[in-house]
Design a protein around this ligand. Structure first.
Ligand SMILES: Nc1ncnc2c1ncn2[C@@H]1O[C@H](COP(=O)(O)OP(=O)(O)OP(=O)(O)O)[C@@H](O)[C@H]1O
Length: 279
């Protein structure tokens, strides 16, 4: 399958300090990718590079096989974390701007998003809640009918119902149009149900990536005697009480005397995050 987004030895530095340091990954077309990692890991930087708003300092990033040109690719939609919108415009005027600036524009789709979220078209943007501003940003991004949609923490300001509805709407775009979706988020439990791909960034490097099903199948959470924890191979992260150890291991085998099961996405990511913090 072709990649919608791929990176090879990708580096981005700000004033000599590396925010991304040799990233390698590929997101297949039509995938729904969770971009996760701790604060400052480089998620926003990666999305801004993919959107063409920043230039790599080294290595390569490709969007549908081509390096970004410094402008947002016509097939790409992007919603930045700070939701840049003109506060004094109404929502309807904001959509008009969207239509004016984009050759491809699906007004009905954009309005549908806002109707569903009950965002009034005549409201001025600065009067909206953060959640409603996010919905306006998503409507603007989907109005472009992007083949690749990059969303930087789209769920963070939304209440649980709005989160659920937004995810359903995005999944609809993926199912109906084959759109590729890459979204950064800290909300691992929300991502589990909708994402099929993972890019885990830690300290500017990709620590784990691939289809989520494969990654889960390649790991085990083992529970067993703390006294024998040192003899287990492939340990990613360990925690233990005096008698019992809980290990996240890379590998499918379960040693004798241990109970083992596949991790959840949350347990997998938390294990890698804890391991990185302990280093
Ligand atoms: N414009 C900038 N100038 C200088 N340093 C920057 C700039 N933008 C980001 N950084 C630094 O680059 C690193 C990565 O930041 P980035 O915002 O990409 O991380 P993030 O994973 O999106 O974090 P968060 O989860 O907190 O949003 C951080 O150390 C940050 O301080």
């Amino acid at each position: 399958m072709d990649s919608a987004l791929s990176a090879h030895r990708l580096v981005k530095s700000y004033r000599g300090k590396r925010a991304l340091d040799g990233c390698e990954f590929a997101v297949p077309e039509g995938a729904v990718t969770a971009l996760v990692g701790p604060n400052g890991a480089g998620k926003s930087t990666l999305l801004a590079l993919a959107a063409g708003l920043l230039k790599p300092s080294g290595g390569e990033l490709r969007v549908f096989g081509e390096p970004p040109t410094g402008r947002t690719h016509p097939r790409v939609g992007y919603l930045a974390q700070n939701r840049p919108l003109y506060g004094r415009l109404t929502v309807a005027e904001t959509l008009r701007l969207g239509r004016a600036f984009n050759q491809r524009w699906a007004q009905r789709r954009a309005v549908q998003v806002l109707d569903q979220a009950e965002v009034p078209l005549d409201a001025r943007v600065h009067t909206l809640s953060e959640g409603a501003r996010t919905q306006v940003g998503i409507a603007l991004a989907l109005g472009r009918e992007p083949d690749l949609l990059l969303l930087d923490e789209p769920l963070s300001a939304l209440d649980p119902l709005a989160r659920d509805e937004t995810l359903r709407l995005l999944m609809g775009e993926v199912a109906d149009r084959g759109m590729t979706l890459v979204m950064s988020s800290h909300l691992l439990s929300d991502l589990h149900d909708v994402c099929d791909h993972l890019v885990l960034l830690i300290g500017g490097a990709v620590r784990l990536t691939g289809p989520i099903e494969d990654l889960l199948a390649e790991h085990r959470v083992l529970v067993g005697p703390a006294s024998r924890a040192a003899s287990v191979d492939g340990v990613v992260q360990a925690s233990s009480t005096e008698r019992q150890a809980t290990l996240l291991v890379r590998g499918e085998s379960v040693p004798e005397g241990w109970a083992g099961e596949q991790p959840t996405l949350e347990a997998l990511v938390l294990g890698y995050l804890r391991a990185a913090r302990a280093r």
